[in-house]
Design a protein. Structure first.
Length: 495
């Protein structure tokens, strides 16, 4: 038997493959990150429901409303035939069409209101797991009842893991491959796409608003020969391929290797700096190779006026990759950029931020977004992550902040592959919210899911000597064949 599918039909493959039923011989899970529980590097994510302890409410209200219902009407035990047919005609038992404009509009309206724990209640949905997980947080024992693969599942069935760099579960998919790659016949393919769009390719593809160039790839041939090999004893049909194949966005080329992280990568660091305030894209926030003198940048997080989500995650009916300058115009967003690059740079692998922060409230959120800035100023989002500061010491031991105390925190959960040509800039945005994709923090107590009001948080980012806030990433050091799309005149490079 072999298994193949995308999203929920792929998530179910992960634990089955790890259990190792003798009848299961091969898998092709696609966009399966939501089926990944606690494994090294993805602790507390719970399939992407949380990022750094912050619930991703827009995506998961969208899913749990139609598919996560735990209470259903029961038909009479003695009803049969025509009586059952009449009951079905009278009472609808079908899930709502979550793709319909009406459902999306209702979700948008419900998500913008508070409290966040009642989004589905406002939409008229019966009880789902959403309410439980929102109330209990990332360390909820209720997650143990969810069939996700975790670190206790140490087996693996031969699998080709396929996902997109801007999928909601991209980071989890890569971490699962890292966890399982020592097993035989484990492969990873990462495409320049969003959720379940990997097989949709073309010579002039786009990822949201961003040109990607030629994304064509022999998925059909690979998958068919994979199953011929394991299900039909067609060993001759299988053409050996690299264990890792990842599309390098911005260069329109594929990188290959025998393991992940790719051997041709090394960890590098850029330090945050500013002489004047780093607020907005007109500030002087900088990413520099060496820490400068001590400095601070201040920003607020107002739950009644949160920083809006723009692209990212599932993005529902909006483009997933979008010019971020409208967000970078806000005074409550810190912007740190490298100088215009004189030499190209490729980030391939994990990205994390090490930040020193203080606040005047007992809890707050910090969001970090990685951005590729083109020569004309267009700023495309690549990936983002966050941390609810009460979880700075781990999800099992939340702790309130002491107002004014400086904390060193790490924000991980970002994995990407992007080429920054000469003429581009590497940028990060730092903010206190990303709403409505992520739940806003009301700064009012532990049950954020029940809150409807709270104070404005004043946060300070400390950087420079003594508080070396920094961006850590893996830089690719191997040869790169550049195939930048000619139609993208802003790229600053040519084939």
């Amino acid at each position: 038997m072999g298994l193949h599918g995308c999203s929920s039909t792929a998530e179910n493959q992960l634990k089955l493959g790890a259990i190792g039923h003798p009848a299961l011989r091969a898998c092709v899970p696609m966009s399966s990150g939501a089926g990944v529980g606690d494994i090294p590097g993805a602790e507390g994510s719970n399939g992407g429901f949380f990022r750094g302890g912050v619930p991703m409410i827009k995506t998961w209200a969208l899913w749990y409303g139609p598919f996560g219902v735990r209470q259903r009407p029961k038909l009479p035990a003695d009803a049969a035939g025509d009586e059952l047919a009449r009951i079905f005609r009278q009472y609808s038992v079908t899930a709502p069409d979550f793709r319909s404009p009406e459902y999306i509009a209702a979700l948008d309206k419900a998500t913008l209101q508070a409290p966040s724990g009642d989004i589905l209640r406002r939409m008229g949905s019966p009880l789902t797991g959403y309410e439980t997980f929102m109330a209990d947080g990332p360390a909820s024992p209720a997650w143990k009842a969810v069939d996700m693969i975790n670190a206790s599942h140490t087996g693996a069935t031969p699998s080709i893991n396929i996902n997109g760099w801007m999928d909601v579960g991209a980071h989890e998919t890569v971490k699962l491959f890292e966890f399982q790659q020592h097993h035989p016949d484990q492969y990873l393919i990462m495409a320049p796409t969003e959720h379940c769009r990997m097989l949709v390719t073309g010579p002039e593809a786009r990822l949201g608003q961003r040109p990607m160039g030629d994304t064509r790839f022999p998925y059909d041939e690979i998958i068919i020969s994979w199953f011929d090999r394991f299900l039909c004893d067609g060993a001759d049909a299988w053409q050996p391929m690299p264990k890792v194949q990842v599309f390098l966005m911005g260069a329109c080329t594929w990188l290959t290797g025998g393991s992940w992280p790719l051997p041709e990568t090394e960890t590098r660091t850029l330090f945050l700096a500013s002489d004047k305030p780093a607020n907005t894209l007109w500030g002087d926030g900088a990413l520099v190779p060496a820490a400068r003198g001590a400095g601070t940048d201040e920003f607020i997080a107002d739950p009644h006026n949160p920083v809006q989500s723009l692209g990212g995650d599932l993005a529902a009916h909006d483009p997933i990759c979008v010019d971020q300058r409208v967000i970078e115009c806000r005074a409550d967003v810190l912007v740190y950029s490298t100088p215009v690059l004189t030499e190209p740079m490729a980030i391939v692998g994990d990205v994390s931020a090490e930040l020193y922060v203080s606040a005047d409230v007992e809890d707050a959120d910090v969001f970090v977004k990685l951005v590729d800035v083109y020569p004309d100023g267009t700023a495309y989002n690549l990936a983002d992550s966050c941390l609810r500061l009460r979880y700075r010491d781990g999800f099992e031991q939340p702790a309130k902040l002491v107002p004014g105390e400086i904390y060193r925190v790490r924000i991980g959960g970002i994995t990407t592959a992007n080429y920054f040509p000469a003429g581009h800039r590497i940028r990060i945005e730092i903010a206190g919210s990303n709403f409505p994709l992520a739940d806003r923090n009301w700064h009012a107590g532990d049950r954020n899911d029940l809150a409807t009001d709270g104070p404005i948080a004043h946060l300070t980012l400390h950087h420079g000597q003594g508080h070396e806030s920094a961006l850590h990433f893996r830089a690719y050091t191997g040869e790169i064949t550049i195939n930048t799309p000619m139609s993208d005149t802003r790229s600053g490079s040519r084939p």
